[in-house]
Write a protein that binds this ligand. Sequence first.
Ligand SMILES: [Zn+2]
Length: 157
Amino acid sequence: MKCPYCGFEDLKVIDSRPVDDKTKRRRECTRCGERFTTYEAVEIPLLMVEKRDGSVQLFDKAKLINGIVSAIKKRPVSAEKITEIANYVENYYANALRTVARSTEIGELVLDRLRDIDPVSYIRFASVYKDFTDVDSFVAAISEFDKKDKTEDISEI
Ligand SMILES: [Zn+2]
């Protein structure tokens, strides 16, 4: 980074604080003494989503949050938890250095988190994401959850 006033490259950070999802830094040029502010965002690489029908679209975090919000309707799940789940999905691919995700895989990641947070929201989200075509598959998902629940009970004894 260069000083915007004189172009010198030796800058001193005199203050640093988070603002929204960015870091605000106050810098001072060691040559001319001018001060200026920068906002630096953590770089999240673009993520493309391959849908079931084979089409590709850009990962839309707002859309994902929308989906989670409708699944948790009237359930005791905080906005903080929703953001946490969406960030988890985003970071999952960023950390794995992957730029392409399958929509079904994103659904599974959300389900993994929802399962522990709220069982009712889990079932609701599953019904949307797994595209249940009949009652049997819906019941199967519910019993899958019940099974896991019982296993946990046993492990606690
Ligand atoms: Zn300068």
